[in-house]
Design a protein around this ligand. Sequence first.
Ligand SMILES: NC(=O)c1ccc[n+]([C@@H]2O[C@H](COP(=O)([O-])OP(=O)(O)OC[C@H]3O[C@@H](n4cnc5c(N)ncnc54)[C@H](O)[C@@H]3O)[C@@H](O)[C@H]2O)c1
Length: 308
Amino acid sequence: MRVLVTGGAGFIGSHVVERLLATGADVVVVDNLSLGRRENVPQAARFIQGDILQSHEWIRSVGSIDAVIHLAAQISVALSETQPQKDVMTNVLGTVAMLEAARTLDCHEFRFASSAAVYGDNQKLPLNEDEVLNPLSYYGLDKMVAEQYIRHESDRRRVTGIILRMANVYGPRQRTQGEGGVVAIFSDALAKGRVPFIEGDGEQTRDFVAATDVARAFCHNLGQANRSATYNIGTQTATSVNQLWETLATMAGLDVSAVGRVQSRAQDIRHSRLSISRATDWGFHPLVVLTQGLEETYAWFRQTDENG
Ligand SMILES: NC(=O)c1ccc[n+]([C@@H]2O[C@H](COP(=O)([O-])OP(=O)(O)OC[C@H]3O[C@@H](n4cnc5c(N)ncnc54)[C@H](O)[C@@H]3O)[C@@H](O)[C@H]2O)c1
């Protein structure tokens, strides 16, 4: 099968591309390299440097496609608040453009990277997919609106829309700047021998899911989905930032008390955890145990640091 992956040079996208290639798929990546890196894309995939908002420049060169996995996005929650127009352009109009591209390419399956941010601060944990959507940021709002466009498109024509609402994804190749995940920030600091900071008391919890598990979810039954659906993708496990730090610091042989403390951001959600029972009924099960995933991530940051 031939699959178009937007944002395939980014963190999650590169894991999705690796997984697709391992399953024998023919992969075309489109990424404008605004944040992604060319070296993240394996040689076996075809790479087009292009923008999702300028698809007329590259669409003719793509050829026929069986499925689109749409990950390209503006991922910074903070930037979505200061530049909401940029967020809506990339995350809503960009998704609409990729739905149109799927139509042009006569492609019948569209998979979308949505986020737990669509739920906002709802403490009925673990959150299931039918919970009310009440995003706290433009980023979450634009993901919610993009989801609606996908549902509308699936109702109107023969495209199956699979929406994956991801929890906190971590793993090798995640960036530390901008919206860098806490695992990447801690691992990078430890690899460089720097002391990181914990925001607030560190007792806030998140549902950390490995990028390789997320990649398996994106590839699960690809091309065989016969009805549109929305799935939470996480582990349904709460881990506090303190626990995360203790595990990583111990791994690095460091005194766990050697960490800075700063005030938490006012808009931060205290606890976040997704119910994955719908996804497990679908056949998706996270396989990576957190300690194992953290070891792999820390090892990657150490190796990257050693190689400059
Ligand atoms: N990282 C997480 O924890 C997480 C959680 C939930 C959802 N998501 C979603 O998963 C997707 C991938 O996130 P990521 O963490 O890998 O981020 P990332 O920034 O590493 O990847 C996004 C990629 O999209 C590319 N891109 C951005 N704008 C583009 C445009 N206009 N045209 C073409 N390419 C463009 C970037 O260059 C980058 O390679 C995003 O849609 C994000 O919203 C991520």
